[in-house]
Every structure is written in structure tokens, then in C-alpha cells.
Design a protein around this ligand. Structure first.
Ligand code: ADP
Ligand code: MG
Length: 256
């Protein structure tokens, strides 16, 4: 049965999409069967997996509105080694269309139930807001992976996310928990980042993943080639760190 994780953080630009595509590619590289679900209408994870969001016939939008199954809508990201349930602008409309529907926050969960045996991991790239889309992600998942930069306001932003997760846990999804915090765009030469990193470990203990993702320009360049960094340049420091992270997650998975 697949482990289903949301990659979430209420802030934008913190590395959610970069983490989702590179973790998916890293997991595929170490032999795992992976489905990436793009829940962000910007479709960055779709494009970053080499799938043109403007030309996909069926997307996560059709799945949420129950006009397609995941089996029908998911496509293979050939060079990346995983499957993608894509997203595009159409998804922004789903927010409004879901409002009057039954089980509006459980739609993705119900759809994933049919493919749980086909994958080892399902990774859901969430938009930066607490919308009905994010809620569908959180209701489907066993847990949340939180990418974060070790900056001054990092801990403050985390409080909101932790409260959201607590509320969803209490009311909608008893399984939901924080799987771990992933330090991204890390620069060890910056003293403040070291300090925040130490604070994180003091606060959250082993909820902080051992893997640390460095700031690495190859990871930022890769999306313009429609590839995760892990596939675009496997030897880059950032790519190696994501594969390390994938290994760590595979080791931890049985206990999650
Ligand atoms: P989010 O999905 O949270 O909005 P992104 O993954 O799109 O964030 O990342 C925001 C920007 O930071 C992108 O331009 C991305 O290429 C860049 N980026 C993310 N992680 C790294 C990293 N480890 N090193 C360098 N640039 C990164
Ligand atoms: Mg994103």
C-alpha cells in the first residue's frame, strides 16, 4: 500500500515543488513506484516533470470532479521514472465548483483509494494557501513533509502550519501527522541558518530529517529543461542530497 505524503508549507517559494519533483525522482531512482499529484493550479510540478500542462487531456481537475479516475488521468513522466497526475489553470476553478459538492474535501482521497496498490509512494505538491485543494491533499495523506528555509521567521510560519495540521487531524483525518521538516536551500556559511537549524533540532528533535538540501543552482536551472535536478544533473550536490533524502524516507517509511 502506498505511503501518501503532502509536501506543504503555507509560504510560497520555499521549495515545495522542487522538493516534490526531486523526491519523486530520487525515490524512483532507488526503485520505488511513485505517483506525483500536482495540486497547484500553477502546474509547476507538472512542467518540472517534462509534461506540458497546456496539452494534457485529463488532469487532477477531472479527478476531483469525478469525471476521470487516476488510472485514466495519470501520465508517465518518461525521463523521470514516475507517474504524474497533472495540474493546470483549470484547477483554479475547481475551488468554486467543489463548494456545493458532497465530500468536497475527500475527493482526492476517494480517487487515490483505487490506485494505492500500484505505488509505493504518492507525493502531493500543495499550493501555498489553505484552500479546498490543500484540504483535499491533507485529507488524503498519511503525513506532511515540510520543506523550510532556515531563516529568521521560519519558526513563526511553522506555528500556523502545525495548527492547521492539528485541526485537520482532529476533524477530518485521524492519520495526519508531520512526517518531518526538511531543511532546504541551506547555506552552512550563513551563521543565522546554522542557528535556526539548531533551534529546529532543539524544538522538533527527530522530526527534522537528517538530509539537508543545499542551495544549488543546478536545482534551480533544471525546471527550464522540464526535468527534476536529480535527472537533469545527477552529480550536482543538490541532486545527491535529494537522493539521500529519498533513501532516508524509504528507511523510515515502515514506521510511518
Ligand atoms: P514553492 O513550490 O514552495 O513555491 P519552489 O520549489 O518553486 O517553491 O522554489 C522556489 C524557487 O527557489 C524556484 O525558483 C526554485 O528553482 C528555487 N529553489 C528551490 N530549491 C532550491 C535549492 N535547493 N537551491 C537553489 N534554488 C532552489
Ligand atoms: Mg510550488
Amino acid at each position: 500500500m502506498a505511503k501518501i505524503f503532502c509536501i506543504a508549507n503555507q509560504k510560497g517559494g520555499v521549495g515545495k515543488t522542487t522538493t516534490t519533483v526531486n523526491l519523486a525522482a530520487g525515490l524512483a531512482k532507488v526503485g520505488q513506484r511513485v505517483l506525483l499529484v500536482d495540486l497547484d493550479p500553477q502546474g509547476n510540478a507538472t512542467m518540472g516533470s517534462g509534461i506540458d500542462k497546456r496539452s494534457v487531456e485529463l488532469s487532477v481537475y477531472d479527478v476531483l470532479l469525478e469525471s476521470a479516475s487516476i488510472k485514466e488521468a495519470a501520465v508517465k513522466a518518461d525521463k523521470c521514472g514516475y507517474d504524474v497526475l497533472s495540474a493546470n489553470r483549470e484547477l483554479a476553478g475547481a475551488e468554486v465548483e467543489l463548494v456545493d459538492l458532497e465530500h468536497r474535501d475527500q475527493r482526492l482521497k476517494m480517487a487515490l483509494a483505487a490506485v494505492e496498490g500500484d505505488y509505493d509512494f504518492v507525493l502531493i505538491d500543495c499550493p501555498p494557501s489553505l484552500s479546498m485543494l490543500t484540504l483535499n491533499g491533507l485529507c488524503s495523506a498519511h503525513g506532511v513533509i515540510v520543506p523550510m528555509q532556515c531563516e529568521y521567521f521560519a519558526l513563526e510560519g511553522l506555528t500556523d502550519l502545525v495548527n492547521t495540521i492539528k485541526q485537520v487531524h482532529a476533524n477530518l483525518n485521524k492519520d495526519l501527522k508531520i512526517i518531518g521538516l526538511l531543511r532546504v536551500m541551506f547555506d552552512p556559511r550563513i551563521t543565522l541558518q546554522q542557528q535556526v537549524s539548531d533551534q529546529l533540532k532543539a524544538h522538533f528533535g527527530d522530526k527534522v530529517f537528517n538530509a539537508v538540501i543545499p542551495r544549488n543552482v543546478r536545482l534551480a536551472e533544471a525546471p527550464s529543461y522540464g526535468l527534476p535536478g536529480v535527472v537533469f544533473d545527477a552529480s550536482a550536490k543538490g541532486s545527491q542530497a535529494y537522493v539521500e533524502f529519498a533513501r532516508e524516507l524509504v528507511l523510515r517509511a515502515p514506521t510511518l
